[in-house]
Design a protein around this ligand. Structure first.
Ligand code: SF4
Length: 483
């Protein structure tokens, strides 16, 4: 089926998975909007349906297949004339999906999503979309921000050169390709000019940013460049793999006014035998020293987020106990816990001593209970404090409240602050001073005292990020996110 701006089609778009996949979806949406597509929230009204999938672990794969099958119903029995499936699941299982779900017209791998218009217009044959991913977007690509108008994800690199034994990502996303600093700066400035306040930097391995560039650069250089842009209010770093942090990196993290004191560093485990089998490359003593260096350099208001995998092959009771003790000693501010997912075509699939599901489940529950207690204690420390809070808008719980986040609360993964007093003073995108009046296990409640930084004025096409962005489509694309 071909289309042109003279015959606009309705498109329904579903995104699954992580923020990095969301960025890919936003780039696809930018291309589609550029070609004159209209968007619909209802699959029943769609001429074309696109599903951008996740294929990282078992739960994500299952969810992706369920959504594809749901959308295939509209292709078979409804109005839709074309069903496009993109993303990590396609990169991983293209052949199987082609055989099992013939309702899908086009599969696009992770390195081919930018060709979506060519495929839809028939310039490119379906089936050419699965190749080794080498594509890297730039700031000139049209993009629609599907997230909050004042907050966005900035993908600074794609792919990963690490070889963690449980992870399929390097196969799905290819080797690391970092974007040039000048291009990231250009994108950040354009976003700020369109009213974005919070910039969430993402990559598979943010600490490794720039090592693949010629000449080499690094994360410290990138952050220094971003710190020099006055119009950026909050810059947040995600997915900092525990590699050595240079003095320059620690310095910019601790000194730059617009880089929030928030470190998101997935540690995965702490017992050396498990770290070794995970092929994480560095032992417990390295991780402890790194945490100590970070804490001593960034003593003020640091929020430390991490994640761990329980039930990894060969994890003994002793290893698990070591992890529990470590977590209690370190008093992380936020911890994500995941049960090991045995993924084919990863080295950990064939490791001996796979941990039974019920043991992994029990360990997950034990650690979750420990963390709930420590989260409650940490939250209690906020009572009575005054914090800078970014207002996200009207609360999803009730229209009577606003909600926002302090700098230690990343969007989508951390808690929120419900603002139940002073709402008349503020609106979305403002940074306000809030006094915390109640604390809960994960969320806080507070009252607004004053506006510190009003939201930047936002032009009419503010949801379009790229400098050459086309006009805003009529409806925001539908998003479904797996956390
Ligand atoms: S750092 Fe490890 S876990 Fe993260 S994407 Fe790379 S290989 Fe996967």
């Amino acid at each position: 089926m071909a289309y042109s701006p003279k015959s606009p089609k309705n498109i329904h778009f579903v995104t699954l998975g992580c923020p990095k996949n969301r960025v890919d979806s936003e780039l696809m949406l930018g291309r589609l909007a550029e070609s004159g597509m209209a968007f619909t929230m209802e699959p029943t009204d769609a001429d074309i349906i696109v599903v951008n999938t996740c294929g990282f672990i078992e739960d994500a794969k299952r969810e992706s297949v369920e959504v594809i099958l749901e959308m295939a119903q509209h292709r078979t029995n409804g109005r839709a004339q074309q069903l496009v499936v993109a993303g990590c699941l396609v990169q991983r299982y293209a052949k199987e999906l082609e055989e099992e779900i013939p309702e899908v017209d086009t599969f696009l791998g992770t390195g081919a999503y930018e060709t979506i218009n060519d495929v839809l217009s028939g310039i490119r044959e379906p089936g050419q979309g699965i190749s080794t991913p080498t594509f890297l977007h730039s700031s000139t690509a049209p993009r629609i921000n599907t997230f909050l108008p004042h907050s966005t994800y900035v993908k600074v690199a794609e792919g990963c050169d690490q070889k963690c034994s449980f992870c399929i990502i390097p196969t799905l996303r290819g080797l690391q390709r970092s974007r040039p600093i000048t291009d990231i700066v250009r994108e950040a400035e354009a976003l700020a000019a369109r009213g974005v306040v919070e910039f969430n930097l993402v990559a598979q391995d943010l600490t490794g940013y720039g090592y693949d560039q010629n000449p080499r650069t690094n994360l410290a250089n990138l952050l220094e460049a971003l710190a020099a842009i006055d119009s950026l209010r909050w810059v947040r770093v995600h997915y900092l793999y525990p590699r050595p942090f240079s003095k320059a990196l620690l310095r910019v993290l601790s000194e730059a006014n617009n880089i929030v004191p928030y470190i998101d560093m997935p540690l995965q485990h702490i017992a050396d035998p498990v770290l070794k089998r995970m092929n994480r490359g560095r032992p417990r003593r390295f991780v402890e020293k790194l945490l100590k260096d970070i804490r001593s350099t960034m003593p003020n208001n640091l929020t430390l987020r991490t994640s761990f995998i329980v039930g990894f092959p060969g994890e003994t009771d002793q290893d698990f106990q070591e992890l529990c003790t470590f977590v209690q000693e370190q008093q992380f501010d936020r911890v994500g816990i995941f049960k090991f997912s045995r993924e084919e075509n990863t080295p950990s699939y064939d490791l001996p001593d796979q941990v039974p599901e019920e043991v992994a489940e029990e360990r997950h529950n034990i650690l979750a209970n420990l963390l709930r207690e420590s989260s409650r204690d940490k939250q209690a420390e906020f009572l009575g404090r005054r914090l800078e809070v970014l207002v996200d808008g009207v609360s999803s719980e009730t229209e009577l409240l606003l909600e926002g986040r302090h700098s230690g609360q990343a969007p989508e993964v951390d808690g929120t602050i419900y603002l139940n007093d002073g709402q008349e003073l503020a609106s979305a995108g403002d940074i306000v001073e809030v006094e915390i009046t109640e604390t809960h296990d994960y969320d806080l409640v507070g009252c607004i005292h004053r506006v510190i930084h009003p939201a930047p004025s936002r032009p009419a096409h503010a949801r379009m990020d790229a400098p050459n962005a086309p006009a805003l489509p009529t409806n925001q694309p539908r998003l479904r996110i797996i956390d």
